[in-house]
Ligand binder design. Structure first.
Ligand SMILES: [Zn+2]
Length: 242
């Protein structure tokens, strides 16, 4: 059997699948990977992206933050790819119980997935820092300078910036999902980013699968490791047995 046939067999026999995805899930939709060699971090900007995308930078240089944010993180015109669509089907047929993602581009929700645990938040939710009024992604990405609420307050994306803690409830639900699943598919992440690696220790299920372009430090623990582009794999899989 080849790798795809083995993964298909794992999916067919599983009844509780969890998918843990990183930046690699979105790159085939045209979203740049923050941490890859040709990603945002190697581009020339006045400050390194990890500085711009920090809480203190947002507070002190809000205008510059939004210049970068609109320029680099605008995902309004980006569409879900074959991986997002396959996961939506897998959830529809009852096998996939949760998607845990580090991505903030809203592509799983755009594909129609319901139980998406957003570890790093999403650009699709934005709130006034003074009155908590909600604003959508269109409002923020189409604004100029600093997006403001009708009350005059500054609007902040519901994205976990550097220096900010993750949402405890999201983390709890992610760990719970991982600890209860029988098949865990980790894809498109080098597993170097906190908390991805620490979560894997909660897995008690049958099969651990890692799909990533490059090798990861957890490859030796996986039942199946595939080093390939994600689309090449997910376009060949079926969500149901029939
Ligand atoms: Zn307000």
């Amino acid at each position: 059997m080849n790798d795809i046939e083995i993964l298909q067999e794992y999916i067919d026999e599983a009844s509780n699948i969890v998918f843990f995805g990183g930046a690699g899930v979105s790159t085939e939709s045209g979203i740049k990977d923050f941490r890859s060699v040709d990603g945002l971090y190697n581009e020339v900007y006045d400050y390194p992206p990890e500085r711009i995308l920090s809480h203190s930078f947002f507070m002190e240089n809000t205008k510059e933050f939004y210049k970068f944010y609109r320029d680099k993180l605008n995902c309004l015109d980006v569409e879900p790819n074959v991986t997002h669509k396959f996961l939506k089907e897998l959830e529809d047929c009852g096998k996939l119980k949760a998607i845990i993602t580090q991505n903030i581009d809203g592509l799983h929700e755009k594909a129609g997935s319901k139980n998406v645990l957003l570890l790093h938040g999403t650009t699709y939710r934005n709130y006034c820092m003074d009155c908590n009024k909600f604003y959508d992604a269109e409002y923020v990405f189409n604004s100029e300078d600093i997006p403001r609420c009708s009350c005059g307050g500054i609007i902040k994306p519901d994205v976990v910036l550097y220096e900010e803690p993750l949402d405890e409830l999201v983390c709890y639900n992610a760990i719970k999902a991982i600890s209860e699943c029988d098949l865990l598919i980790i894809a498109g992440t080098s597993l170097n980013v906190y908390p991805a690696a620490s979560y894997i220790h909660y897995f008690r299920g049958k099969h651990l699968v890692i799909i990533n372009k490059d090798s990861t430090s957890f490859d030796s623990r996986a039942d199946l490791v595939i080093h390939d582009k994600m689309g090449n794999i997910f376009k060949n899989l079926k969500s149901t047995n029939n």
